[in-house]
Design a protein around this ligand. Structure first.
Ligand code: GDP
Ligand code: MG
Length: 314
């Protein structure tokens, strides 16, 4: 229903997007006028999907990096507002798989397109629309919202040209277009308004105020464990586990669980040397500015709990 040729300003007033399905999938008992839904964020690697979700939700929930495919699992960012809850699903980039892991990432990304209420396809304002974008566009619903990101790095003329090219080349007849900068926040309000307007009636899926269920926390925990093993491969007992207990970006608190005091001494190392080396190495693999707070804890039953964590799907 939209006209791609219209420039950035169309977005500013574009609240009225009424065409959604009011009696949609969420009808499992939301009750009095509450609306909710799942918003999938797709696009080829590195276009800024994670940055966008972080910006919208207002807190870092997903690991972003300039290296494609840092996002290994789905991350939800939950946006709560008066009368609505919007659950954003940040997906790994859909791309032609080159490895089993790549294939898994693709599966995750494609799965997330089922049962979503709104789909956001992110493209880069500063890069040519290419086969990667068309590959993704071929797998999304026709009423997908096309988000032209990194607008801060393009002139208005370039953005307009990119909007036109997206309309010509992505083949999404009913698409709406929003130029934004996930980095600076420009255009984000208009995009969010539009998304909220499209949410169907539905329940509150997550407790109010819960920003994210952050599966990325498992990634960080795993990273810390890897680095500990790398630093002290020989001495370390197999019975160490890591879990992230606080995730308030940039602050991440990670506990290292051991079963005995003697093991704790090994993990900490002489004068804290082992812990420090592992922490430094882990931090290097995380976004700049991450504050990684490591604690070693003696806890007998951790193994049972780790089973649970693993069953949760990491
Ligand atoms: P993803 O792979 O699609 O999730 O992309 P990321 O969110 O990890 O971002 C990839 C890179 O693009 C990072 O270096 C981001 O800082 C950068 N980036 C994301 N959004 C913007 C933006 O709006 N403007 C600029 N200049 N850079 C951005
Ligand atoms: Mg990402």
């Amino acid at each position: 229903m939209s006209s791609p040729g219209t420039g950035p300003d169309e977005a500013a007033g574009g609240t009225g997007a009424a065409s959604s399905d009011p009696a949609g999938a969420g009808g499992t008992g939301g009750g009095t006028g509450f609306r909710s839904g799942f918003i999938s964020v797709v696009g080829r690697p590195n276009v800024g999907k994670s940055t966008l979700v972080n910006r919208i939700v207002g807190s870092k929930v997903s690991i972003t990096s300039s290296t494609p495919n840092t996002t290994r699992t789905r991350v939800r960012g939950v946006l709560d507002g008066p009368g609505f809850q919007a659950v954003f699903v940040d997906t790994p980039g859909i791309h032609k798989p080159r490895s089993p892991l790549g294939a898994r990432l693709n599966e995750t990304a494609s799965d997330s397109l089922d049962d979503v209420d709104v789909c956001l396809l992110v493209v880069d304002a500063t890069a040519a629309i290419g086969p990667g974008d068309r590959f993704v566009a071929g797998r999304v619903p026709p009423d997908t919202v096309i988000v032209v990101n990194k607008a801060d790095r393009a002139t208005p003329t370039e953005i307009l040209a990119q909007l036109t090219r997206a309309a010509d080349q992505l083949g999404l007849a009913e698409a709406e277009y929003f130029p934004v900068s996930a980095l600076t926040g420009t255009g984000i309000d208009a995009l969010v308004e539009h998304v909220i307007a499209r949410l169907p009636a539905g329940p509150r899926y997550f407790p109010d105020g819960m920003v994210s269920d952050a599966p990325e926390a498992f990634y960080v925990a795993e990273l810390v464990r890897e680095q500990l093993l790398r630093v002290a491969r020989e001495e370390l007992p197999h019975s160490i586990a890591c879990r992230v207990t606080e995730w308030e970006w940039p602050y991440v608190r990670c506990e290292i669980l051991v079963e005995r005091e003697s093991q704790k001494a090994i993990v900490v190392g002489r004068g804290g040397s082992v812990l420090k080396a592992a922490g430094t190495a882990a931090r290097r693999a995380l976004p700049p500015g991450t504050y990684l707070d490591l604690h070693v804890k003696v806890e007998k039953d951790w193994q049972r709990r780790l089973d649970v964590i693993e069953r949760l799907g990491y």
